[in-house]
Ligand binder design. Structure first.
Ligand SMILES: Nc1ncnc2c1ncn2[C@@H]1O[C@H](COP(=O)(O)OP(=O)(O)OP(=O)(O)O)[C@@H](O)[C@H]1O
Length: 319
């Protein structure tokens, strides 16, 4: 990785009344990386990207792209950064094909090249059959795919993708992650916001975690897992709901996911082993148990509990 800084946020703050969407953000990014901007709802992720592309003006602080300060409304930022917004609205009056082609042309591709790239993206993202539909008439997932195709129509040195796989089915999510991974190059910086940490993990070189507008973590996925400490992820399926797993998990202030009678949670190794031993004594109630090393998402949730212990004991719905 190069040490050259391409993008920097210097003391960036954005306030909406009494809400600090971003607060004293100091972070810089070099080319050659795919960086995941993670964090809970309302943490300030979209605000960060919108300020980067000049759609939102910071209350204070400076954002630089290639050393040049970003000011809202300037054209040069758009030529350097392809932006996939969280809720794409632009290009709604164009057909899918026109939207992709127009995006490619606006970023300087010659006509024949833009047409070729449009055909390739229509095929790669299974959009050929709906290429003549208006973007504004598409379903949520189709709309997102059209947005991704437009963002990828002329890859720029910097890409800023807000929730690229939101609303997509599992097959298309995988294709989009593959396309993002294929964009990785020593001459490109990709910043992406995602709640799908499990899938994003495959492509990420670095994670920046925002919490209540501030940077709580900045480092590699491996270091994040290490920071979470010695934890295990346990999945237990009951064949008899009489075993009060929820009470035991809540007693240890743990977060869990439940699907029917299957519970998944991540806990410090001694706590996980203690609970397993306790439950296995009542073995007639248990259909199966698996124990795994934590994923990046598991590690993230453990750290989130440390940062915000007030929300520590809860059932989490599977995304
Ligand atoms: N235009 C706005 N006016 C008022 N408040 C806003 C505005 N935009 C964002 N906020 C507030 O700023 C905070 C950060 O919002 P932001 O959309 O950046 O969060 P996020 O991390 O992207 O959230 P999510 O994961 O839910 O999309 C939130 O409290 C949000 O309600």
């Amino acid at each position: 990785m190069s040490d050259t800084v391409w993008v920097s946020f210097e003391q960036v703050t954005k306030r909406y009344g009494s809400t600090w969407a971003n607060r004293d953000i100091n972070v810089s990014f070099a080319p050659g990386q795919i960086v995941g901007i993670l964090g809970p709802n309302g943490a300030g992720k979209t605000t960060l990207l919108r300020q980067l592309v000049g759609l939102t003006r910071p209350t204070s602080g400076t954002i630089r792209v290639f050393d040049r300060p970003v000011r809202p409304g300037q054209r040069w930022v758009k030529n350097l950064i392809a932006y996939l917004p969280q809720h794409p609205l632009a290009l709604g009056d164009l057909t899918v094909e026109e939207a992709i082609l127009t995006s490619a042309r606006l970023r300087g591709r010659l006509l024949a090249d833009a047409q070729q790239q449009t055909r390739t993206l229509l095929e790669d993202l299974d959009l050929t059959s709906i290429r003549t539909r208006l973007v504004g008439s598409l379903s949520g997932g189709e709309h997102r795919l059209a947005g991704i195709a437009s963002a990828l129509a002329a890859p720029t040195p910097v890409m800023a993708l807000d929730e690229p796989t939101n609303e997509l089915d599992p097959l298309m999510r995988r294709r989009v992650w593959d396309l993002i991974q294929a964009l990785k190059s020593p001459d490109r910086l990709i910043l992406l916001v995602s709640h799908n940490i499990l899938e994003a993990e495959r492509v990420l070189d670095r994670v920046v975690i925002l919490h209540q507008g501030t940077v709580h973590y900045d480092g590699s996925p491996a270091a994040l897992r290490q920071d979470a400490g010695d934890v295990l992820t346990v999945t237990i399926t009951l064949n008899d709901p009489a075993l009060d797993v929820v009470r035991d998990l809540a007693d240890h202030h743990l977060v869990w996911e439940r699907q029917n009678q299957t519970y998944t949670f991540t806990a410090p190794r001694p706590v996980a082993l203690h609970l397993l031993a306790h439950w296995l004594k009542q073995s007639g109630h248990i259909a199966s148990v698996t124990v795994n090393e934590p994923t990046l998402e598991d590690a993230y949730l453990v750290l989130r509990q440390k940062w915000a212990p007030e929300s520590s004991s809860e059932e989490r719905t599977r995304s």
